[in-house]
Design a protein around this ligand. Structure first.
Ligand SMILES: [Ca+2]
Ligand SMILES: [Ca+2]
Length: 348
């Protein structure tokens, strides 16, 4: 009886996995080649997500190919470089956009300039976004050098860079235009954006929520939602808000160094006691570990971005879009995983 149940369950599981080939990484593809496209500086979840990526890379589970930034502020890129350098990977390419989007100083990116005597507290060599490469150039070069259908992009800020990538023309790097290059090289786009209908067990009912990452650049979000040629996986507002980062971790888990860029960024953004939502971390966790049942995945469909910035999901069997779902039972385990990974010391 039990065996029969197990057999039926295994069959169901295989059928479910078989239905998700584009979302599932298999062992041959590990480590997951990852591009992190971020508005780092506007909220601290981007910084925690970047730290988490480094822990996952140290564990052999992903490889951070590049960081591209959609916050058009000169200290965003230096802060990302400082974090990468902290984890021993200061050579990772960083690209910026000159978009005028959110040009105000971030609450924690000035940590990139913090001095200890004559030396930088967080050493790095990219001292201003003005000196950084253009994001589209970094994206094109990174994709052109990658294996076909291999790259996962986590977009946890605005869609500015990826919309510009889609519009890019053939160049010395690749004879393909942006859309063709993406179609050939990218396996999956993971987005922290929007808000989606919930299954009965899940939390959050924010269907008309107008997500920050969308309203800051609605035309780009519309272009990516409509034209992006690979599978897309959305982590809506309701996911990260349901997974608050426990502030005690900031006070207790990062003390293995006198100064930690993530902990100091968290405190500078909004000091404990405050449990910050983990929006951007969820988009990374799911794509690096797609088979761990951290989240559920919706049926396929399409996401439309309205002119007011709201998102609407319409199911369709051949749709490229899916979104994350979350049950009460999944929450504690996901939070524990996010805390463990983002607070893991660098493996130098
Ligand atoms: Ca560097
Ligand atoms: Ca973000």
């Amino acid at each position: 009886m039990f065996d029969r149940f197990r057999c039926a369950a295994a069959t169901l599981m295989l059928a479910w996995i078989g239905a998700l080939p584009a979302l599932a990484a298999d062992d041959e593809r590990r480590p997951v080649p990852l591009i992190f496209d971020t508005d780092i500086g506007n909220d601290v979840d981007d910084a925690l997500a970047l730290g988490m990526i480094h822990a996952l890379q140290s564990r052999g589970e992903c490889e951070l190919l590049a960081v591209t930034i959609t916050k058009d502020q000169p200290l965003a890129a230096p802060f990302a470089d400082a974090v990468n350098t902290f984890y021993g990977r200061g050579e990772i390419p960083i690209g910026v956009c000159r978009s005028g989007k959110t040009p105000e100083p971030g609450r924690f990116t000035q940590l990139a300039k913090q001095k200890e005597g004559q030396r930088l507290r967080y050493p790095h060599d990219l001292l201003s976004g003005d000196d950084a490469l253009d994001a589209v150039s970094v994206l094109r070069e990174t994709l052109a050098a990658a294996d076909d259908h291999s790259v996962v992009i986590a977009q946890v800020g605005f869609s500015t860079n990826l919309a510009n990538l889609l519009k890019s023309k053939p160049d010395d790097v690749s004879p393909l235009d942006g859309e063709a290059l993406v179609k050939q090289k990218v396996r999956l786009l993971s987005l922290m954006a929007g808000a989606f209908p919930k299954p009965a067990e899940a939390v959050g009912r924010l269907k008309d929520h107008k997500g920050y990452n969308i309203i800051k650049d609605i035309p780009s979000a519309q272009a990516v939602a409509h034209h992006w040629p690979t599978p897309l996986l959305w982590s809506g507002y309701e996911i990260g808000i349901s997974l608050p980062y426990p502030h005690q971790s900031i006070q207790q888990d990062y003390g293995y160094v006198p100064h930690h860029p993530l902990a100091e960024a968290y405190v500078a953004f909004l000091p404990p006691p405050h449990n910050r939502p983990t929006w951007d971390l969820t988009s990374v966790l799911q794509v690096v570990r797609p088979n761990r049942n951290y989240f559920g995945i919706s049926q396929p469909g399409s996401v439309a971005v309205a002119d007011d910035g709201s998102t609407q999901f319409t199911p369709s069997p051949d749709g490229r879009h899916r979104y994350l779902t979350l049950t009460e039972d999944q929450k504690l385990r996901v939070i524990e995983t996010l805390v463990l990974l983002s607070s893991e010391p660098p493996q130098r």
